[in-house]
Design a protein around this ligand. Structure first.
Ligand code: PNS
Length: 167
């Protein structure tokens, strides 16, 4: 059988334990998982792309079959250029499904044969998002349940000066 390979794309701004749940489950299903930090070169996220990649690399270091890349363009183009046939996406709940299915259909239209596999979030991870992590971080909340430990110092450092006093 041919070795199987998948692309797990996202913004990862920053990586969360929800993302790690998807990565570890995908790593058990595929020979190789390529985590792709996809970004629009004209839009600035909270963390610079290089920092997002660095945090992901630290968090994924224990997985020998996981690689991390970044790409500033269309997912379908990346899939064509690098020969991906399978995209993995985590789904936290039904609210995610409509847009995820639309994305999967468009990507398959742009890159015929490209399949998207949805992994339902583990129940205890289904409320965790990067948006929520950024908001908690801005208020100085304890992030240890939400961000992988390897990435935690980088997230805390980025929000060190922005913590609100609550006054
Ligand atoms: O972590 P996110 O923000 O849910 O990830 C969304 C992402 C990056 C996978 C999506 O926005 C994307 O694929 N961006 C690349 C541009 C693209 O291909 N857009 C068309 C999708 S139909």
């Amino acid at each position: 059988m041919n070795p199987t390979r998948c692309l797990y794309p996202g913004s990862f701004d920053p990586v969360t334990v929800g993302h790690m749940d998807v990565i570890s489950r995908a790593a058990a299903m595929f020979d190789t998982v390529v985590v792709g930090v996809l970004h629009n070169p004209e839009k600035r996220g909270c963390f610079p792309v290089e920092k997002r990649v660095e945090m992901l690399k630290k968090a994924c270091a224990a997985f020998s079959n996981v690689q991390v890349i970044s790409y500033g363009g269309l997912l379908a183009r990346l899939a064509k250029e690098q020969g991906f046939r399978v995209v993995v996406r985590g789904v936290r709940g039904v609210g995610d499904l409509e847009s995820e299915m639309m994305m999967a259909r468009i990507n398959r239209q742009l890159c015929p044969g490209l399949e998207t596999v949805f992994l339902p979030a583990s129940p205890e991870k289904s409320d965790i998002s990067a948006t929520m992590v950024r908001q908690l971080a801005s208020f100085g909340a304890d992030l240890s349940q939400f961000v992988p430990l390897e990435a935690l110092p980088d997230v805390l450092a980025a929000f060190e000066d922005t913590e609100e006093s609550g006054r």
